[in-house]
Design a protein around this ligand. Structure first.
Ligand code: 4FV
Length: 235
């Protein structure tokens, strides 16, 4: 997977990308993620990326020209993007299915907005999809882009050591994850469920599946809609 992140805060994005399995995967060349400073695609000595909104109102708007230049330069350098994603509260809500879809793409470009937002002509003719990480307003698109990249990169084969942990996790199969325990077997009067100490792998698997259904029913019944466990919802 090749990914490019366009931002006016490259150091912030670089710092977050360097950590953990994603950082190691980048070092090992399993994924090729480049951070692009939007100001490198401006053509004035003040390296201007924003301007006042037409029609008045508070705040500033990100100019279209630097963003178009950035995406076109990336395409010229790395090949046409498979997707150009704008992180925005107006986008489709990000979820695991979207992460899986994006992780199967060749070349991903992520645009991080700042200020009041990005000139609409960027969304109209440069961007292939708009994604939101949730119904709240942030100061910038960098954290949302990092959320998307984190969820996507870990699905790229070879990034997460034990692929098994990707198959059996929250939302795999539309269910929440089962509870996890490690040593000590007893902590502040709370004991690890006996079955997990039993060594009976079939029983452990049954218990874990039952836990996934029960927790999803209790915490996220919405996830059961259309799921073959839906019938279970009413206990
Ligand atoms: C956001 C979100 C988000 C809006 C204005 C950046 C901010 C500022 N992006 N999911 N929620 N973006 O709040 O993706 O430019």
């Amino acid at each position: 997977m090749i990914a490019d992140v366009i931002t006016i805060f490259p150091a912030m994005v670089e710092a977050a990308l360097a950590a953990g399995v994603g950082g190691r995967a980048r070092e090992r060349g399993v994924v090729d993620v480049k951070v692009r400073d939007l100001r490198d695609y401006t053509d004035d000595r003040h390296r201007t990326v924003d301007d006042v909104p037409y029609g008045g109102g508070p705040g500033m708007v990100m100019k279209p020209e630097p963003l178009f230049r950035a995406v076109e330069a990336i395409a010229a350098e790395r090949g046409a993007p498979s997707a150009v994603v704008l992180m925005t509260p107006q986008g489709r809500r990000f979820d695991q299915a979207t992460a899986i879809r994006l992780s199967q793409l060749e070349r991903l470009v992520l645009i991080c907005g700042r200020y009041e937002g990005v000139d609409e002509r960027v969304a109209e003719s440069l961007v292939t999809e708009e994604i939101s990480i949730g119904d709240y307003v942030l100061t910038g698109g960098e954290l949302p882009a990092l959320v998307v990249l984190d969820a996507v990169v870990r699905l790229v084969p070879g990034v997460v050591g034990d692929a098994g942990s990707v198959e059996t996790e929250s939302f795999a199969g539309g269910l929440l994850d089962f509870p996890h325990y490690t040593r000590p077997a007893s902590f502040r009067g709370r004991d690890v469920p006996e079955v997990l100490l039993s060594g009976h792998h079939a029983e452990i698997a049954r218990w874990r599946d039952a836990q996934r259904v029960e927790r999803t029913k209790r915490r996220r019944p919405d996830l059961l809609k259309g799921n073959h466990h839906e019938g279970d919802r009413n206990g």
